[in-house]
Design a protein around this ligand. Structure first.
Ligand SMILES: [Cu+2]
Length: 104
């Protein structure tokens, strides 16, 4: 969601409230949706919907890090407080790719 131009204060408050949490499902060795576009201050939560496979969320590059293993039924979440493009993968399964795009 992109808000441009003059925005009445009440609408702005509603938009800020709506930032909240964006859900990404992990199943069949894929991130769904693979790409999310969020506003600064939004949390992304990855939930493992597999029956038996564990995954991680792995950000490479400067300041990169890898989450703990996320086992079936578990989730991992991260708050994005700076605009930018954050490509990520899964540590044990390099073929899994995702992108978090953070905009002001
Ligand atoms: Cu994986």
């Amino acid at each position: 969601m992109r808000i441009a131009g003059m925005v009445p204060p009440l609408l702005f408050a509603a938009a800020a409230w709506a930032q909240g949490v964006v859900e990404v499902q992990v199943r069949d060795y894929r991130f769904e949706p693979a790409e999310v576009k969020i506003r600064t201050g939004t949390t992304v939560r990855w939930t493992n919907g597999e029956k038996r496979v564990s995954h991680s969320v792995f950000f490479s590059g400067p300041g990169g890090f890898e989450s703990e293993r996320i086992f079936p039924g578990e989730s991992y979440q991260r708050l994005f407080d700076k605009p930018g493009r954050y490509p990520y993968g899964c540590g044990p399964h390099p073929e899994m790719k995702g992108l978090v795009e953070v905009v002001d």
